[in-house]
Design a protein around this ligand. Sequence first.
Ligand code: SAH
Ligand code: SF4
Length: 377
Amino acid sequence: MAPDLSRSAVIRLLSLTEKEDQEALMKKAYAIKEKELGRNVFLRGLIELSNVCRKNCLYCGIRCGNEKVVRYSLSDEEVLKTIEIARQNRLTSLVIQAGEQTNEAFINRMTQLITRIKKVTQDDFRITLSLGEQTADTYRRWFEAGAQRYLLRIETSSEELYRKIHPADGLHDFNTRLNCLERIREIGYQTGTGVMIGLPFQTIENLADDLLFIKHQDIDMVGMGPYIEHTETPLFNDAATLMPLMDRFELSLRMIAVLRLLMPVINIASTTALQAIVPAGRELGLMAGANVLMPNLTPVHYQRNYRLYEHKPCLDKRAGEILDELSDKIKAIGESIVYDDYGDSAHYLMRINQPTSTPKNDYQRKSMSCSGDDRRR
Ligand code: SAH
Ligand code: SF4
């Protein structure tokens, strides 16, 4: 199947319902992943830095309007300790995710924290940020401090649907989000986006357009997963209109598979929301063409306060346990965790005209011989 599938072909694939047809789609997507990227899985440790958020997205459990949430922020020391655990487990990358904060104190804190991480890891680490909408200046400051990747889900590429799932208060604007994504890419980040799948009011056509949007934007990495309702959110009022969870799960696998057909060398994460519906959901995501997992390394006592959706898995497991279990699960499906490579998106490396893998040692050699260049980004 050609990477330039037509919109109607995408709609047809997303609409498959017969088990055999779906299996054939997964097989095809997996074969492309295997050919282009090998039977390899990249790990990124996830730190849920803070659930403080200025936004009020109608679907999200930690929206500022949810007064039941106990708010927290990890200290720098807690973040650095988590990074130490990640490195002890040979992880080469970390995603720092949080609610959206745009005040000067937060921006400065993050700039300093990124600088500190860069220093303690001797620049031998990749940092992904997922901290929502910021000004171009802030994105640039964090990039210059040493963050290399940024993940900002567009949530849906339909402006009309975007309006239905966000409050009309001037703070939740589709075009602002789109502009942010464009600034992130311009500044030089490996650029990530994604959508929620199975939202109220969402159609298969919307989802097909989401995949074509991702392709058109030439995105380097994608994290997309099923929408899972949260009782303490306004969108829960529309829960009766939702498709059953298992259908959302299967549709999410088809979304991953079709995206792999459209974009053979991007990084696609198999998200935790898949695991929230089916215990082996993330492994099935890998078999559908995903190649990245993001084990949650947030200290256990904070995790329960970072509930974007209900049924969030693994709320009682420590980082070491999670990583041990994951390694066994990945081996069991015939894939291997890549430990000696930063796992940069091959799509990004091709886009900036670099070799399509960045092995750690190789990179260290290169960076020693060309100090001052920003190849790492
Ligand atoms: N505040 C930042 C990052 C944290 S939220 C931001 O919004 O960009 C990370 C992602 O969680 C969101 O982009 C959204 O896609 C997802 N999310 C929020 N609520 C969800 C829900 N109920 N079900 C599934 N995913 C959800
Ligand atoms: Fe805040 Fe992100 Fe949740 Fe929206 S999705 S309320 S920005 S944490």
